[in-house]
Design a protein around this ligand. Structure first.
Ligand code: NAP
Length: 287
């Protein structure tokens, strides 16, 4: 990769960032289509987070991603939000245009495309159980609302964040019956009756993790288990659910699809999806 005075800059802000595959995914994409662009990781502590936005804009960045744990806190730091991002209440992509910061959320479409294209799954009318209520969970909830799910149960350790997603769903997707439960309570009944089970917590992240975000005792044939965690490619949760007959979908497809959408927002060019997926896979195998 050549970096010179004409190189256009993008990157990602998060904490921690050790497991992020985004630099490899985007840089492989830029290189493949000969774009003089570069993507850099910025591990930013909470105390520095607010000023990091202005810093990247001042340095001439064309845009950047925001990841865990800053997707919701980013709302206050941009000048504009697209309509969908207003609904979600969390940002994963910022475009810098004419010195204005515009917040987008490509996780929503990335999640839906992954479900439809990689798992051949239509969520319309389905009953969903989701663990987690952070930025990614908000995007998944909005995606499921748009797709017309019938029921959503949100399980989280801190109830106020799950309640906030319930509020989002009631305001924007009133056709979906939404309820909340504690992630630390007994979940077997809720999980047993779900068609789609989603893990939107980071539990299970790291190649050697055997940790489960919730019990899979009730996993059964006819269900789809979907883990947003992409490292390892098949998490302990998905392995256990598959052994009980459920279908599974790992986080890699969503990761690459949300990245491809951000890539196009920044560059105006269609992303080379296969090259970006291959770059992510190579990194997963290396870990
Ligand atoms: P976030 O905003 O920090 O939210 C984290 C969520 O996970 C919160 O609901 C938190 O619960 C819960 N949580 C954290 N640690 C937990 C633990 N040890 N046990 C139980 N619950 C725990 O993070 P995020 O941006 O939503 O990301 C969540 C995960 O999704 C990350 O692993 C991220 O890498 C992944 N992700 C993947 C993709 C993809 O494309 N595949 C896209 C986005 C995110 P509390 O509220 O109770 O603290």
């Amino acid at each position: 990769m050549r970096i010179d005075g004409r190189t256009k800059l993008t990157g990602i802000i998060g904490y921690p960032l050790e497991y992020s595959l985004s630099p490899m995914i985007h840089n492989a994409g830029f290189e493949h289509i000969n774009l003089n662009w570069c993507y850099l990781p910025f591990k930013v502590r909470e105390s520095d987070f607010a000023r990091s936005f202005d810093g990247l804009a001042a340095l001439g960045f064309k845009g950047f991603n925001v990841t865990m744990p800053y997707k919701e806190a980013s709302l206050k730091l941009v000048d504009e939000l697209d309509d969908l991002t207003k609904v979600v209440g969390a940002i994963n992509t910022v475009v810098v245009k004419d010195e204005r910061l515009i917040g987008h959320n490509t996780d929503v479409e990335g999640f839906l495309l992954a479900l439809r294209e990689k798992a051949d799954y239509d969520p319309q009318g389905k009953k969903v159980f989701m663990a987690g209520a952070g930025g990614a969970a908000r995007a998944v909830a909005a995606a499921l609302g748009r797709a017309g799910v019938a029921r959503l149960v949100v399980a989280n350790r801190h109830p106020e964040r799950a309640d906030s997603i319930k509020g989002l769903m009631e305001k924007h997707f009133s056709g979906c019956e939404t309820s909340t439960v504690s992630l630390t309570g007994s979940l077997d009944k809720e999980i047993a009756r779900a068609d789609l089970v989603v893990n939107a917590t980071p539990v299970g992240l790291q190649s050697d993790s055997s940790e489960l975000p919730f019990s899979v005792a009730e996993a059964h044939q006819g269900q789809l288990y979907c883990d947003l965690v992409y490292l390892p490619k098949e998490t302990a949760l998905l392995r256990a659910a598959r052994s009980r007959g459920a279908e599974t979908l790992g986080g890699l497809a969503m990761l690459v699809l949300q990245a491809a959408l951000a890539f196009s927002l920044w560059t105006g060019v269609e992303a080379p999806l296969q090259v970006m997926e291959a770059a992510a896979l190579k990194e997963i195998v290396r870990n």
